[in-house]
Design a protein. Structure first.
Lengths: 312, 444
């Protein structure tokens, strides 16, 4: 079931189109990666979902009906550029922001107590925000984002400013929230984390959506029939590859181990080569190289922006 | 509405609980009292030091006739002693030495010698005594020559002093005693208070908006509430902080002033009480009682249209605050840095500063063209109309000014809201007026 759907959304700023007929749909209880270079229009889309700004054209649907003002209490938003009132006490501030999301004081206190205990940060309750480190403030902001148990969560670069331990803690909490039924829109430039947590992604470039789909499908779509084989005992195989219609991409020799990367050029199945190699040397490993999201991202964006590439 | 209230509550409480607010609220009335009342009280204190003045009278006509006062004694000395004192004035036993020269009647000059600066009171007292003595001598000669023994009494009877009472006549023809001075004081004070509060609390709104923008908390908040709710809560919350401070100041100043009156001048308070009782008991004495300056002021203040003045004050206080704080809030939203804020603040505050500059001409001529137009233009009317109200302003002028202000507040809030909504999420862009005008045509 789709929890969120955008249809042909257009947003214009004076002389600049921030979103150009962007359509997206996010499945219930999934993690959706919203990717794209800086200035592509991700933040504009997120602001439209949060009703900070309204689209000029197109439809936004949440829970299967048109987005309405009261929906903001079902959305939790952690912006990329985030801050807190520096002079205000942590607990007081968390309570205030939770109440602004529509929680009663009682529910807000209960929810905050749960999260503060979970993160073991109760001692911060009466501290002023300016006394906390940046990482600590990020934790508070995460708590504030999720305390009202939103059905849709939007995280914009959630891991920036976290050390690896806390980033991992946060990642697990995000996966937990998904397990408990939340749907998450996740915007980041960190492709490793996209691969770890996302089920589905969309890539926005220069105001347009240029790629969309389940993450495994996309990687499958962008694989280039490249294989990597590792063998022991050096043996010159270069000639062997080109004779059989394979393109050698990379060859490395480290001690007794040689690592060969090659691409299938004609229709010859990779298995045929493997069989051939097995007769001559000992195979340590053989695998198809699936592109990382990082590679897909760079490839797709560079294809879409040929001019920019020439400049760089 | 509930969320606006939450915002209002936060804006109000965080500011009212600040140490600086509490200190200012408590301290200013004491400073005010200290700077206005204490010097007056100290000046009133009698000088109780015993002093002896040596008098060397070259004419020998006056030294015996200088009468001692409670604290000052005059002691005639001879030429020799005077000369030796002149050599070494420091070790003499006299506070000062008065030298009356031979030709004092002709030149009207005498000298008072001392090793220290002689106090103002002593100088006046001695000068006055000498003047009286010489005048009396001269008068005696004139009376002798003219042959009219009661000349002095006759001249005294001829002396006249006019007291001009200003009366205001209303439509029904009944005249009320009015005082230009009181109206001026009340108008000036009220206008100035509005100016001060609008300036201080308008700037507070601006800084509050900037704080939210630069700390980047604003994006979190406006994903929960509408920007207009945030702005509304902030402006009203800070406005209430201003009102709270004003009310505290007025109460404290009243308490301190009345407290000091009782402590420092109990006689005067008693006197007032007495004369009031007398007035009540004996209506014929009323005229005489009104000579009492304090009672006179109370009487005249009572003749001002106090409910109208209070209502206008509250109206223009809030109106001025709303119109300026929404503009300053928009400035705060449009800029990234304090320096940029200063630049954009200037054009916003110019009308406010202008109204203080023209305050004095308006006070002097509250019916003039400048006063009229400045009390109609919405950016100057909060201060200028308030200055005019105590003098009595035609009702249609007051209503027109208030109407223009209300309409302008709506317009200003609309414009400011547009700028605010766009500016608050716009980072790293140097804004100018052209840019801001463009924002007005955005549809967010």
């Amino acid at each position: 079931m789709e929890i969120f759907k955008a249809t042909q959304v257009v947003k214009d700023y004076a002389g600049h189109r921030a979103l150009d007929e962007v359509s997206l749909s996010v499945k219930d209880q999934s993690i959706f990666g919203l990717l794209g270079p800086n200035g592509a229009g991700k933040t504009t889309l997120i602001r439209i979902i949060n009703q900070i700004t309204a689209p000029d054209q197109g439809e936004i649907e949440l829970f299967g009906r048109k987005l309405k003002a009261s929906d903001i209490q079902h959305i939790g938003y952690l912006p990329e550029e985030r801050g807190l009132y520096k002079k205000m006490k942590v607990g007081e501030q968390a309570l205030y922001l939770a109440q602004l999301k529509g929680l009663s004081k009682h529910d807000a206190l209960k929810g905050l107590k749960y999260w503060f205990e979970k993160f073991e940060i109760q001692p911060w309750w009466n501290k002023k925000v300016e006394e906390l480190s940046k990482g600590m403030q990020q934790k508070i902001q995460f708590v504030i984002t999720v305390v009202h148990k939103p059905k849709l969560l939007i995280f914009d670069e959630p891991f920036s400013g976290f050390d690896p331990i806390n980033a991992n803690l946060l990642k697990n909490e995000i996966l937990n929230l998904k397990e408990q039924g939340a749907t998450i829109i996740f915007s980041t430039h960190n492709m490793a984390s996209v691969e770890e947590v996302c089920d589905h992604i969309a890539l926005i470039n220069r105001s347009k959506k240029i790629l969309d789909g389940p993450i495994d499908d996309i990687k499958e779509r962008y694989k280039q029939d490249i294989y990597e084989v590792e063998t022991s005992a050096p043996h010159d195989v270069t000639a062997e590859f080109s004779r059989n219609g394979f393109q050698l991409i990379d060859y490395q020799l480290k001690g007794q181990i040689q690592r060969i990367k090659f691409q299938v050029v004609n229709e010859t199945p990779a298995n045929a080569l493997l069989q051939h190699l097995m007769e001559k040397m000992e195979i340590r490993s053989f695998r198809e190289v699936i592109p990382s999201m990082n590679e897909v991202f760079i490839q797709v964006v560079e294809q879409a922006n040929p001019k920019k590439q020439a400049h760089a | 509405m509930h969320k606006s209230f939450l915002i209002l509550k936060r804006e109000y409480l965080t500011r009212v609980r600040k140490k600086s607010f509490i200190i200012m609220t408590l301290l200013v009335p004491f400073l005010f009292a200290g700077f206005t009342i204490l010097p007056a009280w100290l000046a009133m204190q009698d000088d109780e030091e015993q002093r002896t003045i040596g008098v060397y009278d070259a004419t020998s006509q006056f030294d015996q006739r200088l009468e001692n006062t409670d604290f000052t004694n005059f002691h005639p000395i001879q030429k020799a002693e005077f000369e030796s004192i002149q050599q070494d004035i420091k070790s003499s036993k006299y506070y000062a030495v008065l030298h009356i020269p031979e030709d004092i009647v002709a030149t009207s000059r005498a000298r008072l010698l001392s090793d220290k600066q002689v106090t103002f009171d002593i100088k006046n007292m001695i000068g006055g005594k000498l003047e009286n003595l010489i005048e009396a001598d001269k008068k005696a000669v004139i009376i002798d020559e003219s042959g009219i023994p009661d000349l002095e009494e006759k001249l005294a009877a001829a002396r006249t002093r006019i007291q001009l009472e200003t009366m205001k006549v209303d439509e029904k023809g009944s005249a009320v005693k009015s005082s230009t001075e009181i109206a001026m004081a009340v108008g000036y004070a009220a206008g100035f208070i509005i100016y001060m509060f609008v300036f201080i609390y308008g700037a507070m709104v601006m800084r509050g908006v900037m704080e939210e923008k630069t700390s980047r908390i604003v994006e979190v908040i406006i994903s929960s509430v509408k920007p207009t709710q945030l702005m509304f809560g902030k402006i009203v919350g800070i406005g209430l902080v201003g009102l709270t401070q004003l009310v505290f100041w007025l109460i404290l100043i009243f308490l301190i002033v009345s407290g000091l009156q009782v402590v420092l001048a109990p006689d005067q308070a008693e006197l007032m009480q007495q004369s009031q009782n007398m007035m009540a008991a004996n209506p014929q004495l009323q005229g005489a009682a009104q000579e009492n300056a304090v009672l006179n002021i109370i009487d005249l203040v009572g003749n001002l249209n106090i409910p109208l003045i209070l209502f206008s004050f509250l109206f223009y206080f809030l109106g001025g605050f709303l119109i300026y704080s929404s503009l300053m809030g928009a400035v705060g939203a449009a800029v990234d840095h304090e320096e940029e804020a200063q630049q954009l603040m200037l054009p916003v505050t110019i009308p406010l500063i202008f109204s203080i500059i023209i305050l004095f001409p308006v006070v002097k001529n509250p019916e003039g063209a400048l006063a009229f137009w400045a009390s109609m233009v919405p950016l100057t009317s909060p201060v200028i109309m308030m200055v005019r109200v105590p003098y009595g302003v035609p009702m249609w002028e007051l209503l027109l000014s208030m109407g223009i202000l209300i309409v302008s507040i709506y317009g200003t809030i609309w414009v400011a809201g547009k700028i605010y909504r766009t500016g608050i999420l716009m980072y790293g862009k140097k804004v100018n007026f052209k840019e801001i005008v463009k924002w007005l045509f955005y549809h967010n």
